[in-house]
Design a protein around this ligand. Structure first.
Ligand code: UDP
Length: 254
């Protein structure tokens, strides 16, 4: 399929060498995993939808002046991105209790948090991405205190943008995970948003029905994952209905 040099293969994406130095191609797979890879399935069409949803979000963030690695989408499954030095953290922003936070603190899932909360995990599959504090991050040198400030203000800006974006289409942004990297431009280095933003790494609940429209459909064996992701894309205006939508499903807007 591809003769390009593979730089890295993760659970849901592959990175290939890009067309120019300092660029990469990010390829979205159909694979879904949960429980640190313990559960795995290939879900037809997921990669295409995540590519489109992530393109939509990153384009808007770039327009708002929130720096990201995203350059442009190149086809149904791939986007051209800037090469960054990934900081080995998962940055989780939470607005409503769910998932591991609800479990850890004995909160009823769906409880609104007193304010948005940022948590960090150290990206290490062998260790199961353990939760870490700012102290660990600076003591072990994963990021400097100044970088951590930048990371937290980036996370807050992304949360404000995403929460408003989704609320506008009847979806509650419960929580999400981002990854960031160092982008080197000449003598300058800045922290930019990397990876992807899609229903694979957000919790999205329909405001009216409370239905889950995210990867929890896979984690909790609820079924209908692609249909939910497609619904998210449709509400955001990324997909339009075809005339015979029932027969063929929605069509991707060019
Ligand atoms: N998340 C993610 N990748 C991970 C862990 C979490 O994208 O490896 C996202 C997850 O989809 C959710 C948020 O981060 O939107 C918070 O997840 P949580 O810590 O509650 O973990 P989970 O319950 O998914 O184990």
């Amino acid at each position: 399929m591809n003769r390009r040099r593979k730089i890295y293969e993760g659970k849901a994406k592959i990175l290939f060498e890009g067309p120019e130095p300092g660029t990469l191609i990010q390829y979205f797979k159909d694979d879904a995993t949960a429980g640190n890879g313990a559960k795995h399935e290939v879900i037809d069409g997921k990669g295409v939808l995540n590519n489109r949803i992530s393109e939509f979000v990153f384009t808007k963030l770039n327009e708002l002046g929130i720096p990201t690695h995203f350059i442009r989408r190149v086809n149904m499954r791939e986007q051209l991105i800037k090469e960054v030095e990934i900081i080995p953290l998962e940055i989780i922003v939470r607005n409503v209790a769910a998932g591991s936070l609800a479990k850890r603190l004995g909160l009823e899932p769906g409880t609104r948090l007193p304010r948005s909360i940022i948590e960090f995990s150290y990206k290490d599959d062998a260790l199961g991405d353990p939760m870490v504090s700012e102290e660990h991050i600076t003591a072990f040198g994963w990021a400097t205190p100044a970088e951590l400030d930048d990371i937290m203000s980036l996370a807050v800006r992304v949360n404000d943008f995403l929460a408003g974006l989704f609320m506008g289409v009847g979806i509650q942004l419960v929580d999400f995970k981002i990854e960031v990297g160092r982008l080197f431009e000449g003598d300058l280095m800045r922290i930019v948003l990397a990876d992807e933003i899609s229903p694979d790494n957000c919790r999205l609940w329909d405001i009216k029905t409370r239905n889950k429209m995210d990867k929890d459909r896979f984690r909790e064996d609820l079924g209908g994952l692609v249909e939910s992701y497609r619904e998210v894309a449709q509400r955001l205006g990324i997909l339009v209905e075809t005339d015979n939508a029932l027969a063929t499903g929605p069509r991707l807007v060019q």
